[in-house]
Design a protein around this ligand. Structure first.
Ligand code: PLP
Length: 450
């Protein structure tokens, strides 16, 4: 990579101070765990780092390894730790509930599930008033697919290229990144053009991308579809924002074709984007079904599907049951997450810190040719690295080197996009401006030394 101007950042940046002492760790060390993992865990578990770190403790936006070394967590366990690692108020809620009752089953009553459902629907617009709790994002999208197909009586589902909606055998069909695909039957799924302003052939022209949806319906289906699903900022695909106005146009087209519109808020929900509580609000639409997971539980295995009473009624004919979905501990934790994010004003905090971070990253872009694009909203940002800005050639090898270098410097980021050339910055929402500065300084330093 080349720097367009000499950089003055020759000094290695240091993590911002943080007043916390990790507990002494006397457990097994990384090599031993890694050997066991290779022996006993499935081979498809990819190795993100050449030598994965043994993380033994987490405190808010920081993680600690076996030696007590501190890392800035700019990836939040894949956008999952929303309020912060081991946030004290959420921890208390989980522990209190655990001492009383961890599980009975939803055939009995429990106030935490009912209160959590009420609190969650109070965050939703329109008639999105019925909740189903599940345990993960894939499960949430599975249920949304089922609802869409039953409600409409149609089979075809439309999703965007470069989308990630899960790795279960049905949701893998919606996912449109070949790195995740296996040759299995996927049902009737249509992958339409990704309205990606940076790489898409129509730039930010939402109308042309929407026309592709209409074309798929006209040429590839009977004219009727079950539904359409999209993330408002594609997460795994590399923090790709959709062209402005796209969802409004597409929701109209899909409704006219008899389908329902599903918003996958697994990564974008709960105020992370800063400007809005839900990602779909950025595009001025109200979905028929919203799926969520990850940040909803701050690390607890929890997911949800929220829909209208009318759509939910299609599940009344048979038993729809999920053993752990909304168990008392997860519900108590989820309720505390909602309360904490509001109390700590995390949405406006994300807007504030995010605009500072994106501003600094855009300045960095002026000095480092390798940064091809900086994008995203709030604390859901992507930095796409290219070897040639004009051709937008993915800087795959350089990204891999920088990724390891950032870890050495003490910052853990995510990597994504089809070519693995996008850094994803999606930290716990308590991430500060000092933390943001550290990420930028570490990246500056690492690129300079490349
Ligand atoms: N939807 C989106 C947007 C995701 O990012 C993910 C996971 O990364 C999923 C769905 C699937 O969630 P899970 O891994 O909890 O099954």
């Amino acid at each position: 990579a080349t720097s367009v101007a000499p950089t003055d950042n020759a000094k290695q940046p240091q993590l911002p101070p943080f007043d916390y002492q990790p507990k002494p760790y006397n457990g097994p060390l990384a090599d031993e765990i890694f050997a066991k993992r290779k022996k006993f865990l499935g081979p498809s578990l990819f190795h993100y780092y050449q030598k994965p770190i043994n993380i033994v403790e987490g405190k808010m936006q920081y993680l600690y390894d076996e030696s007590g070394r501190r890392y800035l967590d700019a990836f939040a366990g894949i956008v999952t730790v929303s309020a912060g690692h081991c946030h004290p108020e959420i921890l208390d809620a989980i522990l209190e509930q655990s001492k009383l009752l961890q599980h009975a089953t939803t055939i009995y009553l429990h106030h935490a599930i009912a209160d959590f459902a009420e609190a969650l629907t109070s965050k939703m617009p329109g008639n999105l008033k019925v909740v189903y709790f599940v345990n993960s994002g894939s499960e949430a999208n599975e249920l949304a697919m089922l609802m869409a197909r039953l409600y409409t009586g149609n089979l075809g589902l439309i999703s965007l290229r470069n989308a990630y909606h899960g790795g279960s055998s049905s949701t893998i069909g919606l996912t449109a990144l070949n790195t995740w695909k296996y040759p299995i039957p996927e049902g009737e799924i249509h992958h339409v053009m990704n309205p990606n302003p940076y790489r898409g052939i129509f730039g930010s022209d939402a109308k042309s991308y929407a026309k592709d949806v209409q074309d798929h319906i006209d040429y590839g289906t009977s004219g009727k579809v079950a539904g359409f699903i999209a993330e408002t900022i594609q997460g795994v695909g590399g923090a790709v924002e959709l062209a402005p106005g796209y969802l409004k146009l597409v929701y109209d087209i899909v409704h006219k074709a008899g389908g329902v519109c599903i918003a996958d808020e697994v990564q974008t929900g709960f105020g992370r984007t800063g400007s809005h509580y839900w990602g779909f609000e950025m595009q001025g639409v109200v979905p028929d079904i919203v799926t969520m997971a990850k940040g909803i539980g701050n690390g607890l295995p929890l997911g949800a599907v929220v829909t209208t009473p009318e759509i939910a009624s299609v599940l009344a004919e048979k038993i729809q049951f999920n053993t752990f979905g909304g168990n008392p501990v997860c519900s108590a934790g989820g309720l505390a997450v909602l309360r904490v994010l509001d109390k700590e004003k995390r949405q406006s905090h994300c807007a504030d810190v995010g605009s500072h971070l994106i501003g600094r990253l855009r300045s960095l872009m002026q000095r480092h040719e390798i940064i091809g694009d900086v994008r995203g909203r709030g604390l859901m940002l992507g930095i796409e690295l290219v070897t040639d800005r004009k051709e937008k050639t993915p800087a795959k090898a350089e990204t891999a080197v920088l990724f390891e270098k950032l870890r050495e410097l003490g910052v853990l980021v995510g990597k994504g996009g089809l070519n693995g050339n996008v850094f994803r910055i999606k930290p716990p929402m308590c991430f500060t401006k000092d933390d943001a500065d550290f990420v930028v300084d570490a990246l500056d330093y690492a690129i300079t030394k490349l």
